[in-house]
Write a protein that binds this ligand. Structure first.
Ligand SMILES: [Zn+2]
Length: 236
């Protein structure tokens, strides 16, 4: 394997890698990506608060209906003519009236409690809506900043890519394919020299058999960091 050509290629590619890393690690990219989950969470929360408000409203309607029924019964009882009734009948009606009044008072308390719950839910909903709006604005702003950064670095990156394409013509296609596969997996550098008996990237010590293999075939993939260890002695 012609190590020299691929090492030159890797050196040029390092310039591209550096620019790519600057983009990946840029603060605006981090922020806009963070905002995606904030926006998503706020959306989910809004939906669940909306559903909750719906349940509370339904419960209030149910209580209201019951209140009206009890209220009507109170009116009915109080409109009866007591003058012709026996004492026992009147007593029955009085205890019925008391039971109805008691129901109304319980229903009133329940309705107040539900109204309070609804109030809290709606306040929370407003807060979430505001959070969503802020996060979305932050997302749009930072994404725009990131796109401008990409645009600013674009010509320089394109120039390097063009140079790399030129260099590719002189590289063994199998070696290049392997290089590109590793590059896609976000490994960099890809080729690393043998240092004594170790991988110079991760310092994993190799067996004598492996060192021999590197010396005979020129390279070997590191079991630990997956860099391709080459024999630098042949290429000095
Ligand atoms: Zn290694």
């Amino acid at each position: 394997m012609d190590i020299k050509k691929i090492l030159e290629y890797q050196k040029k590619d390092a310039e591209l890698n550096k620019l790519e890393k600057e983009l990946v690690k840029s603060e605006c990219k981090k922020i806009y990506q963070d905002m995606i989950s904030v926006v998503k969470q706020a959306q989910d929360k809004s939906a669940s608060l909306e559903a909750q408000a719906g349940y509370i409203k339904a419960e209030i309607d149910r209580l209201n209906k019951s209140y009206k029924e009890n209220s009507n019964n109170v009116s009915k009882v109080s409109s009866k003519d007591f003058s012709s009734m026996k004492e026992e009948e009147i007593e029955n009606l009085i205890s019925m009236m008391e039971a109805l009044q008691n129901n109304l008072s319980i229903l009133e308390k329940k309705m107040l409690a539900e109204a309070e719950k609804l109030n809290i839910t709606l306040t929370e909903f407003e807060k979430t809506k505001k959070l969503y709006g802020n996060a979305k604005a932050k997302y749009i702003d930072n994404k725009k900043q990131y796109e401008e950064l990409v645009k600013a670095k674009g010509p320089e990156m394109e120039k390097i890519k063009q140079e790399l394409r030129e260099m590719e013509k002189d590289i063994d296609q199998k070696v290049l394919a392997r290089y590109k596969q590793h590059r896609q997996d976000n490994l960099f550098p890809i080729f690393t020299p043998l240092s004594n008996k170790s991988c110079s990237f991760c310092m994993l010590e190799l067996s004598a058999v492996e060192v021999d293999k590197i010396k005979s075939q020129g390279y070997l993939e590191c079991d630990n960091c997956h860099r391709i260890i080459y024999n630098s002695e042949n290429n000095k």
